[in-house]
Each structure stands twice: as C-alpha cells, then as structure tokens.
Design a protein around this ligand. Structure first.
Ligand SMILES: C[S@@+](CC[C@H](N)C(=O)[O-])C[C@H]1O[C@@H](n2cnc3c(N)ncnc32)[C@H](O)[C@@H]1O
Length: 245
C-alpha cells in the first residue's frame, strides 16, 4: 500500500501536478496568531484567541482630545498612579496626539519621554505641540508595527493607553518593548475593561486582565498588580521586566 501511494505521488509529480497531501494537520498556531474572517472592525487575525481591530486612524485624532475625556476616563488620576521619578525615561507607546505624552513630560523634568506611534500624522501633531509648548524632553519616534524602535535597556516606564489591543503584531511589539525596558522597568497597560458590559466601548477595543496576562507573561513580563476601580472605565495593569538573579 505504501509503495502504491508513493508511486501515485511520483506519477503526479512527473505529470506536473502538485500532489494532494491528504490529512495534513491544520496549521499549528505556535506563535499564537490565527487568521479569522474579515469584519468591518477586525483585521482578520486573532492573537491568543483575541480578535485584533483596525487601528484608530489619525482622522479620528480629535476624539482623543475631546473635552469630556478627562471626566469619562479619569485621566488626571492616571499619571500620579504611575509614581514617576523626575529622572525617569518614559515611553508613551501608541502616543496618538500626545494627550498623555505632555502630561508625562511634566513629571520627568530631568528625564525624557519617547512619544512612539506608527502614524506619521500623529507624530506631526506631537511635533507641532513640542514647538508651541517649547517642550525639551519629548522625543517623537516613528515606530513600526513590530517594534517601537527604542534603544535596549533604556526605559523606566512604558505607558500604553488604549493602544496595545490595536497592535497588529502584539507578540513582536511586546518582545521589542521588553528588550527596551531596563531590568526592573515597568509596563503600564491601560485598557477598557473587557469584563465589564457597562463600559460603552466595542468589545474588540477592550481587554480582560486574564487575556493581557496570557499574552504578556510568556514574553518575559512579570505581572505586578491591577487596579480596576481607580479609573471609571479602564484597568491599570502593571507588569515588570525582572532583574537578573
Ligand atoms: C486609540 S489611540 C490612543 C492614543 C493615546 N495613547 C491616547 O490615549 O490618547 C492608539 C494609538 O496607537 C497607535 N498604534 C497602533 N499600533 C501601534 C504600534 N504597533 N506601535 C505604535 N503605535 C501604534 C495608533 O496609531 C494610535 O495613534
């Protein structure tokens, strides 16, 4: 039987036809990615069971600066919770218009803030604001979808507000972020609470704590804490790059 099957395959190859490989196992998603049906909101890919949405385009940037945002998201409460030191090097990953970048910059007068985004139009807005405010400690960085393109072992705190869930390549981004964090450096993940039906945001733009841990812990980040009550709609999750033993 085995010889017969081999002979059939050989015949097909000699005849120029591609052999039909029966009972081939479904492609194993060792890296966590899977193709999913395209929808209006999703990019047609999931990571560790979570559907990935399209990024928020720069055309909607004014929404990030809306007047009601402070109250809706309790944004003024977030920065003190990060407990920054004046000398800290901070990275605002997925900085958008810089809503948090400039608030962070005021907290680290002897340090600096990298404002990282993949959309050049967002970085243009940040550059304009640097000029207007004469800010000296903000550096815009044009990241790629796979990396924030920051130097290794340099960042004390990375802040990701409503950004991580949009990453098209979360695994690659997280790996690169770990590379750029100092040992003992922290990653602060702020995401709309996926467990809470009352948070009025589409499900693809929310995350559960369980999912965030599932995605980040295997890549070298230690889960430190979560605060799900301080902000009206979001979790503040803190992860840390462990120091070498
Ligand atoms: C919903 S906005 C949030 C902006 C900002 N953090 C805020 O809260 O105002 C998400 C931002 O993440 C950016 N983004 C998406 N994928 C990215 C990636 N892989 N690297 C850097 N920025 C990314 C988008 O371009 C967008 O500006």
């Amino acid at each position: 039987m085995h010889k017969f099957a081999t002979a059939c395959v050989m015949l097909l190859i000699l005849a120029g036809a591609a052999p039909l490989i029966l009972d081939r196992p479904a492609r194993a998603a060792e890296d966590g990615y899977r193709n999913t049906p395209l929808t209006l909101e999703g990019i047609g890919k999931s990571y560790m069971g979570r559907d990935i949405p399209y990024i928020m385009g720069h055309e909607g940037a004014d929404w990030l600066e809306r007047r009601e945002r402070g109250e809706e998201e309790g944004t003024a409460r977030l920065i003190p919770m990060l407990k920054l030191k004046p000398t800290d090097v901070v990275a605002d990953i997925g900085a958008g218009t810089g809503y948090f970048t400039f608030r962070l910059a005021g907290e680290v007068p002897e340090g600096k803030v990298y404002a990282v985004d993949v959309q050049p139009e967002m970085l243009d807005r940040i550059r304009a604001r640097i000029q207007t405010n004469k800010t000296r400690n903000v550096e815009p960085v044009h990241g790629s979808i796979a990396s924030p393109r920051l130097p290794s072992n340099t960042v004390d705190l990375m802040l990701l507000v409503d950004a991580y869930h949009e990453f098209a390549l979360p695994r690659e981004m997280a790996t690169a972020m770990v590379w750029s964090l100092k040992p003992g450096g922290r990653l602060a993940l702020v995401e709309y609470r996926g467990e809470d039906q009352n948070v009025p945001i589409k499900s693809l733009h929310k995350m559960t704590v369980e999912q965030a841990r599932r995605e980040l812990e295997p890549l070298g980040l230690k889960f430190v804490s979560v605060n799900s009550t301080a902000l009206p709609r979001q979790h503040l999750m803190i992860f840390e790059k462990p120091r070498p033993e």
